[in-house]
Design a protein around this ligand. Structure first.
Ligand SMILES: [Zn+2]
Length: 289
C-alpha cells in the first residue's frame, strides 16, 4: 500500500480542505485552493484485494461490473474510441493501464503492438491468455518498461480509483515518447447530473473512486505532469438495460429499485442495448509536450 499524506491535496499540495459529506464511511473533501474533490479512505483499505472476481461479476458492494465478460457492448464502445484515437496516432506501441480482461487491446488494429497491466490477478490472467506475455499483473508505478517506450497510453476508468493520480500521470509522462498520446476518462463532479444526484451520484463511490474531477482540475493535473490537453469529450455509451438498473440501484438503494434490477436481469430484454449520456464522464485526449 502506498503511503499517502491525505491531508495534502494531490494536485496543489495544499492542506486546506472543506468537508462536503461522508459516503461509505469515507469523508469527501474539496481543496480550498484548487477545487480538487477527493475521498479519504480508511487506512485499512487494501486496493489490491478489492478487484477480485466479484468486482467484475456484479458483487454489489464493490460497485464494479455486472459481468465484464459480457463483452459485446464494451467492445462496441472501445471501437468508437479507437477511431477517434487514430485521428491523432495510428500505429506503434500501446499500453492499456488497468486493462482488465484486455477488451480495449483486443480492439486494436494490426498496426499496434499491445501491452497491458492490471492489479487484478483474475482479470490480467484472462488478458494474458488472449494477448500473451506483454500483459503484467502490477500497478502502473511498478511497470517494467523503459522510459519513452510507448506511443499511446490509455487509462479507462482508472485515474479516479488511484491513491495518487498525480504520481501516476508523471509515470505516464515518463513511459511515453515525446508527442505521445494519453487518453483517459474520469467523472465530472461539476456536471449537472452529478450536482442533482449529490452524494448519491453513481460515480461517488469511495473507496472504489477516490477522486472526483472537473474540466479544470483534470486539465491542471495533466498540465502539471507535462501534458497538453488536446480535447475533452463527453461521448456517452451503449450499455445493456440491466446495467442502467444496476447503476440506478446505487442511487436509489431501495427495495423497489433492487426488485426492478432483479426482474430486468432475469429476462432477455435486460440485454437490450440503450445509448445513454448523462454528460458526467469526460474523455480526455492529451499529448506529451
Ligand atoms: Zn488543491
Amino acid at each position: 500500500m502506498q503511503e499517502v499524506k491525505w491531508k495534502n491535496c494531490n494536485l496543489c499540495g495544499c492542506d486546506n480542505t472543506r468537508y462536503l459529506f461522508t459516503k461509505n464511511s469515507c469523508p469527501v473533501v474539496r481543496c480550498c485552493e484548487c477545487g480538487l474533490t477527493y475521498a479519504i479512505p480508511d487506512e485499512n483499505t487494501y486496493l489490491q484485494d478489492y478487484y477480485n472476481e466479484g468486482y467484475f461479476k456484479g458483487e454489489k458492494t464493490k460497485y464494479g461490473y455486472i459481468d465484464y465478460n459480457e463483452k459485446e457492448y464494451i467492445i462496441y464502445n472501445f471501437k468508437r474510441y479507437w477511431k477517434k484515437i487514430e485521428e491523432y496516432i495510428n500505429s506503434g506501441r500501446v499500453l492499456d493501464v488497468g486493462c482488465a480482461t484486455g477488451l480495449f487491446l483486443e480492439g486494436a488494429g494490426r498496426n499496434w503492438q499491445c501491452y497491458g497491466l492490471d492489479i487484478s490477478r483474475y482479470a490480467s490472467g484472462i488478458a494474458q491468455a488472449k494477448l500473451g506475455p506483454t500483459i503484467e499483473t502490477c500497478q502502473l508505478l511498478e511497470a517494467p518498461w523503459q522510459s519513452e517506450y510507448f506511443d499511446l497510453i490509455s487509462m479507462w476508468d482508472v485515474l479516479d480509483h488511484l491513491l495518487n493520480p498525480m504520481e501516476n500521470l508523471f509515470k505516464c509522462y515518463q513511459l511515453l515518447k515525446k508527442q505521445g498520446i494519453l487518453i483517459l476518462n474520469v467523472g465530472d463532479i461539476s456536471a449537472l447530473f452529478a450536482k442533482i444526484c449529490g452524494k448519491r451520484w453513481y460515480i461517488m463511490i469511495p473507496p472504489t473512486h477516490l477522486y472526483f474531477f472537473t474540466k479544470r482540475t483534470i486539465t491542471a493535473m495533466l498540465n502539471k505532469a507535462g501534458f497538453e490537453v488536446l480535447k475533452i469529450e463527453r461521448t456517452g455509451k451503449l450499455v445493456p438495460l440491466k446495467l442502467c438498473f444496476f447503476r440506478l440501484s446505487y442511487i436509489f438503494d431501495n427495495a423497489l429499485m433492487n426488485a426492478f434490477f432483479r426482474y430486468v436481469s432475469k429476462y432477455r430484454f435486460g440485454n437490450i442495448k440503450i445509448y445513454y449520456n448523462f454528460y458526467d464522464v469526460m474523455t480526455v485526449y492529451a499529448q506529451k509536450k
